[in-house]
Ligand binder design. Sequence first.
Ligand SMILES: [Fe+2]
Length: 187
Amino acid sequence: MATLTFPQEGRVVEDPQEISRFLAGVGIWYGKFAGTDSLPEDAGDQEILDAYQGPIQQLMREGGYVTADVINVKSTTPGVEAMLARFNKEHWHDEDEVRFIVDGRGLFHIHPTEGPTFSLEVVKGDMIRVPRGTHHWFDLCADKTIRAIRLFQDKSGWTPHYTESGEDTKFQPLCFGPSYIPFQRTL
Ligand SMILES: [Fe+2]
């Protein structure tokens, strides 16, 4: 289940309908999709794309996306830290960021133009679309595992533009799932 957190208020929202309502208010599509349990763990990328043709085609029609691929990251993936470092600083894209989470989990921080910065922990079965231009950053959780379908209008729009605002330095990348490690202040 996804978790919406307002770190500055210490507020956590877990009700999916309340999460969807709030996110819709700031222009983010969020929803659940079904059917992930039937896939074998060693499913290949094409097998995953085939299994989700229904929701992929629907989103492509609604958002004008033309290509889809699968990203597969594990703690053992070569270069995982360098890959993460590209996206864990506040940035925006010329392209929507659309993800279906097929396995694992990750943490988006969103910095809307109005209202406080919040985080959304996405898990298997979640779909999220962060519109182009939205200031955000992304972390993996402690297990550093995520497998997700990505949709694109134009892959060249995927390059991150960094805001250099420092907003990302004000927040801990805390996940609440099985890998949750409470932040401990050492005095
Ligand atoms: Fe991004």
